[in-house]
Design a protein. Structure first.
Length: 495
């Protein structure tokens, strides 16, 4: 018998619809059957994958969930990768995680096939892997490793965040309890599935609850509006950039067209924002437009969701609320003292069953990220009238753009390979739509010329679209301190 609770629960609502895409439906029984066959295919003759890494490069929806469940049921670790990533980015992740198989659909097979051949990685085509017969699957203990998510940080290259099945279960149960998920919920899924927001908050919470997910291949405003207007969703989860885009699009409509869509939003039981700061002005605009009070919450790949405004109670614009069930948190002041009063800022530190196990293959980075057993988030917050407010990050090298966490150092390393670039510094500048806009400040080589469109073109194929500089400034020299180190605050002051 397979011990994973996600699977055991699905057996209790076999006939419910897990995924609805246009006219195509997949039940929980379909998920159970397909993931069992795929697990058998992944296993071949072996009784247990024993935590072999299986990368997922399949479309959001049934294919993704069945691939994830198959890997878990076979005893593997899922490594979801960015569908719109570049070959160098894929190569880095596949190599760093030591991936042995990649699950793909036909389209992705052609894109990543040659790279897998080069790296000696097995390619498993989701649609073709139908011939394996049902077989006994291994028991999976909760403390076994389940997933590696790549996240950017203060190091140039992204690090793999390793979570166990128990971590994932704790993250899911906390949200299901706090936000009162149930089998009658229906949610659209348009967030990428190589990050925790789309994986845990949307997909895993919905599947844990027996709810229905409507997947979209990408964030498709027109298609989402059509379904909102048809009144099919009870829950909606997005990053602040999406709410800004929704507001812009709604305001561009005629009053009649807008009213029909707004009514659909107004009737949902819950709309959540997270992954980046939701400006209080956007929160208020959304309420004025739809009557909905967005629930803002705070989380991180390493810890799952940690702080949330209440489902029932005051949802305060500009604040993230109080710790979620099962989350233990403290603020540590710059002095090293633990903050005990309101209005005193400190770094958010978190512990609890949802906190990840370690960074993949990085013992030093793992040890450095904990302080007496508490995970150091690198985010500053303050408690005000009983609710936490996020004040910003400790590191200037971390940028949040469109809800994606980016490392300035990774982008700088890429730009330095451009033949015209002598030196560069990358910063995130405030931006009304993207939260922060990736901004490159560049010193050119002698007699060189470079403009933003040319640089952006050059970046394609090297960096994912959201990492490509959105703004650029050429300077004759970068500001440095007495030690010769580039000073980013001085660069920010140039704008
Ligand atoms: C895309 N574009 C950008 C950009 N991203 N421009 C500036 N800054 C960015 N960050 C540009 C492209 O170059 C393109 O330009 C145009 O926008 C459309 O590109 P796109 O990729 O089609 O954009 P779109 O689909 O509209 O994407 C916007 C988005 C996406 C908000 C849907 O960024 C997204 O899915 N973000 C969510 C990321 C996420 O899930 N984060 C959670 C991490 S987990 P042109 O000129 O070519 O048209 C986490 C923990 C937690 O943070 O707490 O949840
Ligand atoms: P990631 O590493 O992609 O999981 O991103 C986690 C980071 O997103 C956190 O460390 C915060 O900096 C940021 N973040 C998430 N939610 C919020 C929020 N509600 N307000 C401000 N920042 C947030």
């Amino acid at each position: 018998m397979n011990a994973l609770p996600l699977i055991a629960r699905a057996r209790t609502f076999r006939d419910a619809i897990a995924f609805l895409a246009g006219k195509v439906t997949h039940t929980y029984q379909d998920l159970l059957s397909r993931s069992a066959v795929l697990a058998a295919e992944l296993l071949g003759a072996s009784p247990d994958l024993n935590e072999a890494r299986v990368a997922l490069l399949v479309p959001a929806g049934f294919e993704y969930a069945a691939s994830q469940w198959a890997t878990w049921r076979a005893g593997g670790i899922t490594v979801p990768i960015c569908m719109s990533g570049t070959l160098p980015e894929w190569e880095y992740v596949l190599t760093d995680a030591g991936v042995s198989s990649v699950l793909v659909d036909a389209e992705m097979a052609t894109k990543i096939g040659p790279l897998c051949d080069k790296l000696g990685i097995r390619l498993v085509n989701f649609d073709a892997a139908l011939s394996a017969s049902f077989r006994e699957l291994p028991d999976i203990a909760p403390e076994r490793n389940a997933m590696i998510l790549y996240t950017s940080g203060t190091t140039s290259k992204p690090k793999g965040v390793l979570t166990t099945h128990a971590n994932i279960q704790a993250q899911i149960e906390s949200l299901v309890q706090a936000w009162e998920w149930s089998a009658s919920d229906r949610i659209p899924l348009f967030l990428p599935l190589h990050h925790i927001h789309g994986i845990i908050n949307v997909t895993c919470c919905a599947l844990w609850s027996g709810a229905t997910i409507e997947p979209f291949a990408r964030f498709d405003l027109a298609a989402i509006f059509e379904r909102v207007q048809a009144d099919v969703y009870s829950i909606f989860m997005a990053v602040p950039t999406i709410y800004v885009k929704l507001i812009q699009a709604l305001e561009a409509l005629s009053p009649n067209d807008r009213a029909a869509i707004v009514d659909g939003f107004a009737r949902m039981r819950l709309m959540v924002s997270g992954s980046a700061a939701l400006p209080a002005s956007v929160h208020e605009q959304w309420t004025a437009l739809t009557g909905q009070k967005l629930l803002e919450r705070y989380g991180m790949t390493e810890i799952g969701m940690a702080i949330s405004n209440p489902y029932r109670g005051e949802r305060r614009p500009g604040a993230v609320g109080t710790p979620l069930p099962g989350v233990d948190m403290r603020l540590k002041a710059e002095s090293g003292a633990i903050v005990t009063t309101e209005d005193e800022p400190g770094e958010i530190q978190v512990r609890g069953p949802g906190v990840f196990r370690s960074y993949w293959n990085r013992p030093e980075a793992s040890a450095d990220s904990f302080d007496e057993g508490w995970f150091r988030t690198g985010d500053m917050a303050v408690l005000e009238r009983g609710y936490y407010r996020i004040m910003g990050r400790l590191s200037v090298d971390i940028i949040k753009s469109g809800g994606y966490k980016l490392s300035a150092l990774e982008i700088e390393a890429a730009l330095l390979e451009h033949p015209q670039v002598a030196e560069c510094a990358v910063i995130g500048l405030p931006d009304d739509t993207w939260g922060e806009a990736v901004t490159a400040v560049i010193v050119l080589k002698k007699n060189a010329k470079l403009d933003l469109p040319t640089l952006r073109q050059w970046c394609k194929g090297r960096l994912s679209v959201y990492k490509i500089p959105h703004r650029m400034r050429v300077v004759s020299e970068l500001p440095r301190n007495a030690m010769g180190k580039i000073t980013k605050p001085a660069i920010r002051a140039l704008f």
